[in-house]
Design a protein. Structure first.
Length: 333
């Protein structure tokens, strides 16, 4: 998936125990207030790593975008901790080169407190915190004609300074893959570019969902859907904070049928085997948090076109996660 949900998935090691929502003890916090003269150079690390203010960059009814900077560094990785709407601690590992993240799967009109930790050498070096409240769950309907971008009226308004430098147009929104619990979508940009995209739809309970997407993306996989259900997706192209264009499509997710292994009697005979053998190595657990599991595997002989990870969620519902054939790891959130 792109950022967060549609971007390539990376595996990061995280602390085994999740911190509480309370700020760390004073002894754990960086002592920025100490005068420089009190910190002898011989006691300072080779290069100091410092996190700057954690800021909220975007808010929807189901997600919060966060940004931060690293004036001195670098960090090996980051760890974002918060409590969900049920009060359960959540931990999100983040690559050390990242400076922004979108936290999805949140509840509308709920206040969250986020703690971002900078890690180096497996230790938490610095941390910053912020609070954000998700917006109310209001139906996101397509823009009415009066609110859509209007062509310039040569008689009343034609200010060259208000026209965008280049026109931005979204191509057709197409379905690239369908499983019982996810839908893959693709689109093109005949004219552009866009700063970012926003995908909107309603979940199985009728609640509106919004998925922010990076402006460089041309595809996304929407997870967490229900089997045999019809969904309508609206993709908006944004530039300068405004919705410039929109495309939509409908899709019905696949029926939830368990994928069983072929019994020996139904396996292809040797004469039907492919020219090159493809073999999967052992599936190993690389990381575990209260809300995610990282998995890794090898391919002694290959290649494979793609992979499909199947499991059942806490409610016993079957889930299927499509994975690119070039991947050898995945994080299941």
């Amino acid at each position: 998936m792109d950022r967060l949900m549609a971007t390539p998935m990376n595996i990061f090691s995280v602390a085994a125990a999740v911190e509480t929502d309370e700020p760390p003890l004073p002894s754990e916090e960086p002592h920025d207030e100490d005068p420089p003269s009190e910190g002898p150079p011989s006691q300072a690390p080779p290069s100091q790593a410092v996190l700057r203010e954690l800021r909220v960059s975007s808010v929807t009814s189901s997600s919060v975008g966060l940004q931060w900077s690293v004036p001195e560094g670098p960090f090996d990785s980051f760890l974002l901790q918060y409590r969900d709407a049920q009060g359960q601690p959540q931990a999100l590992p983040i690559d050390g080169r990242s400076r922004l993240v979108t936290v999805s799967g949140l509840s509308p009109s709920h206040r969250y407190r986020f703690h971002l930790y900078g890690l180096r050498g497996g230790k938490r070096i610095d941390h910053v915190s912020t609070e954000a409240t998700t917006v109310a769950a209001e139906p996101e309907e397509p823009l009415p004609p009066s609110a859509e971008p209007q062509p310039d009226n040569p008689e009343t308004q034609d200010p060259p300074s208000e026209a965008p430098p280049a026109r931005a147009v979204l191509g057709e929104l197409r379905v690239s893959s369908v499983t019982p619990s996810s839908v893959g979508l693709q689109w093109s940009i005949p004219e552009g570019p866009f700063d970012s995209f926003l995908l909107q739809y309603r979940d199985a309970q009728g609640q509106p969902q919004a998925l922010p997407i990076d402006g460089g993306s041309r595809s996304v996989t929407v997870p967490g859907l229900s089997p045999s259900r019809r969904y309508r997706f609206h993709l908006y192209g944004l530039r300068g904070g405004k919705r410039i264009d929109r495309v939509s499509t409908d899709i019905i997710t696949a029926t939830a049928e368990p994928e069983e292994l072929l019994p020996p009697s139904e396996e292809p005979p040797p004469s039907e085997a492919p020219p090159a053998r493809a073999v999967l190595g052992e599936l190993r657990v690389s990381s575990i948090t209260p809300s995610s599991v990282g998995l890794q595997w090898s391919i002694p002989e290959g290649p494979f076109d793609s992979f499909l990870l199947q499991y059942r969620d806490a409610q016993g519902q079957p889930q299927a996660l499509p994975i690119d054939g070039g991947s050898h790891s995945v994080t299941v959130p």
